[in-house]
Design a protein around this ligand. Structure first.
Ligand code: BG6
Length: 294
C-alpha cells in the first residue's frame, strides 16, 4: 500500500505485466492496465480524491442503494467509506488460480447504523487473472442480531476507457427491456441493433445475458463484461451538457468513457441474517445467508 493524494491504495501486479490499483477509500478500483501498460479504465482528471466525495471514474461500488432510488445519498455509501484489508478472508474458490488479489472488508460503525440501521459484512475481492482479466467478487452477509432481513440494490459502476465514444458499440443488450433514467424511468424495449452513442444515455437494462461486449472500433479492443448474481446492466454516458454541470468531470471527457455497470436494481436483493454456522462457500450460485455478486 502507498499513499497518493494522502489516500492509501493497493497495487496488484500480475507476472505478465497487467496491473490494477485499489483505493481503501471506497474499496475503489481506479486503474486496470493490460500487459502493454495501456489503461483500460477511465478516471476523470477532475476527480476530487477527497473524502467524502466519491472518486469519479474507475469502479465505484454502489451499495446499498443504486442512484437515488431510495432514501440514501446517490449510489449509497460504500463508495464513500474507508474499507480495511481483510486479513483473514474465508476461502474463495472461484479466483483461487490468481495470486494477484486483495481482499477488502467494510463493516458499519455505530454512526453508520444511524443512516442505514443494519449490520453487515461486505467483503470485496479484486483479482487479476493470468490473462490480465480483472475480477471483482462481492460477498455480503447480514450480521443483524435482531433477526431482521435487509434489502438493497447494487452496481459495479465501471467506467471503461474508450478511444472515442462515436466509435463504440455495445452488444448483448439488443431487444431487452430497459428503464430510461432520462425519461422518468419509464420502461421501453431496445431495438434489434447493437447500441451506439449519439447523445446522453442513462438506461437500466433488465435481466440481461451474463455477457455484454463493448467494442471499440478505433482501438480494435473489445471489453467483455461477465456477471453472475447481477441481472441488470446500466449504460451511462452523461454527454456534453451534463458533463459541464459536473464539478468533478471534464467538459470533453464524456467522449473518452462509457459506463457499463453490472447491477441488481429492478428486483432489490433481500438478505436474511447469517446463521451462526460458517456458510457453505462451495458454490458460485447466490445463496443465503452469504450473497455472491460477481
Ligand atoms: C449512473 C446513473 O449509474 O451514475 C446516473 O444511472 C448517474 O443517473 C450516474 O448520473 C453518476 O452518478 P454520480 O452520483 O456518481 O454522479
Amino acid at each position: 500500500a502507498e499513499g497518493v493524494n494522502s489516500l492509501e491504495k493497493i497495487i496488484l501486479r500480475e507476472p505478465r505485466g497487467s496491473s490494477a490499483e485499489v483505493y481503501l477509500y471506497g474499496g475503489h478500483v481506479t486503474s486496470w492496465k493490460n500487459e502493454h501498460g495501456e489503461e483500460l479504465l477511465f478516471v476523470s482528471s477532475k476527480s476530487f480524491f477527497k473524502p467524502p466525495k466519491p472518486i469519479r471514474g474507475g469502479i465505484p461500488l454502489c451499495f446499498p442503494q443504486f442512484s437515488n432510488l431510495g432514501p440514501l445519498d446517490s449510489h449509497g455509501f460504500a463508495r464513500n467509506k474507508f474499507w480495511s484489508i481483510d486479513i483473514d478472508p474465508p476461502a474463495l474458490p472461484t479466483t483461487s488460480s490468481s495470486k494477484a488479489y486483495v481482499d477488502l472488508i467494510l463493516k458499519p460503525s455505530e454512526e453508520d447504523m444511524k443512516i442505514w440501521p443494519h449490520s453487515y459484512e461486505f467483503r470485496l475481492r479484486v483479482a487479476l487473472g493470468p490473462g490480465g482479466d480483472l475480477m471483482l467478487t462481492s460477498r455480503i452477509r447480514n450480521t443483524n442480531c435482531d433477526g431482521k432481513s435487509f434489502t438493497f440494490t447494487f452496481a459495479y459502476h465501471t467506467y471503461f476507457s474508450v478511444s472515442v465514444i462515436s466509435e463504440v458499440r455495445v452488444e448483448g443488450l439488443e431487444t431487452l427491456d430497459y428503464l430510461d433514467n432520462l425519461q422518468k424511468r419509464e420502461r421501453f424495449t431496445e431495438q434489434g441493433d447493437a447500441i451506439t452513442f449519439e447523445g446522453p444515455v442513462d438506461k437500466i437494462y433488465l435481466s440481461t445475458p451474463t455477457k455484454i461486449a463493448i467494442l471499440d472500433h478505433e482501438k480494435k479492443r473489445t471489453f467483455v463484461v461477465r456477471k453472475d448474481g447481477l441481472p441488470d446492466a446500466v449504460v451511462w454516458n452523461p454527454w456534453d451538457k451534463k458533463a459541464k454541470a459536473m464539478a468533478d468531470f471534464g467538459d470533453d471527457e464524456y467522449k473518452y468513457m462509457l459506463c457499463v455497470e453490472a447491477a441488481a436494481i429492478e428486483k432489490p436483493i433481500t438478505l436474511k441474517p447469517a446463521a451462526n454456522s460458517i456458510p457453505r462457500e462451495s458454490s458460485r450460485v447466490v445463496e443465503d445467508p452469504l450473497l455472491w455478486l460477481l
